[in-house]
Design a protein around this ligand. Structure first.
Ligand SMILES: Nc1nc2c(ncn2[C@@H]2O[C@H](COP(=O)(O)OP(=O)(O)OP(=O)(O)O)[C@@H](O)[C@H]2O)c(=O)[nH]1
Ligand SMILES: [Mg+2]
Length: 191
């Protein structure tokens, strides 16, 4: 598969299950707590400045955003979890929408589980990883904002995270990890 990332656009912004696309395109899903760097990661992978909105107000939107990548795959930005200021009603809406998405049928779906490399895994991250293990959904851990760590902490935290699954350190700020992540995505898509 050859993907022309230049040919990408916002495909669908789904606030309701009925708005999810029903086709058999492979999906690359970006999951993680609010503010972990999901939108920045999507923009960096696509070499775009602002396709995915980088927010100054975290956790605002509760939609599943589908980015159409060269009419071949979907990049799926699911709403971030663990946003403290969200009220009960919004938390319910969040879990209903994301549960429905993650359990919706798809022939080929890889979850990129984003974990802030400096903060380390949160309770919510562990819950998500447990769910991924139990449901046998393939995933790769992307350790975001890796530019914030010195070499010693970088190595120590990579080691810790690798106990949870395959890890790719990433920095949208510095462009670190972009090639390695694309390589992993191609391997997934071609197998
Ligand atoms: N130092 C550093 N900061 C980053 C990096 N990636 C993102 N950020 C910053 O982290 C903040 C959140 O980034 P977003 O990409 O909007 O994160 P998000 O997970 O999409 O956030 P929500 O959609 O609001 O949940 C922004 O202030 C970014 O500038 C990175 O690689 N390094
Ligand atoms: Mg975002």
């Amino acid at each position: 598969m050859k993907i022309n990332v230049q040919n990408s656009s916002i495909g669908m912004t789904a606030g309701l299950v009925s708005q999810f696309p029903r086709d058999n395109r492979p999906q690359i899903v970006f999951s993680g707590r609010s503010n972990v760097g999901k939108s920045s990661l999507i923009n960096t992978l696509l070499g775009r400045k602002n396709l995915a909105r980088v927010s100054s107000a975290p956790g605002k939107t509760i939609t599943v955003n589908f980015y159409d990548i060269d009419k071949k795959i979907w990049f799926v930005d699911i709403p971030g979890y663990g946003y403290a200021k969200r009220d009960f009603k919004d938390k319910k809406r969040w879990s209903a929408l994301t549960d429905n998405f993650l359990t919706s049928p798809c022939e080929k779906r890889l979850i990129l589980q984003l974990i802030d490399m400096k903060v380390g895994p949160t309770e919510d991250d562990y819950m998500m990883l447990d769910w991924l293990d139990e449901s046998e959904t393939p995933y790769v851990i992307v350790a975001t904002k890796c530019d914030k760590l010195n070499k010693t902490d970088f190595n120590a935290n990579r080691e810790e995270l690798s106990k949870l699954g395959p890890v790719i350190p990433f920095s949208s700020l510095k462009g670190i990890g972009k090639d390695e992540l694309w390589k992993t995505l191609y391997e997934f898509l071609e197998n």
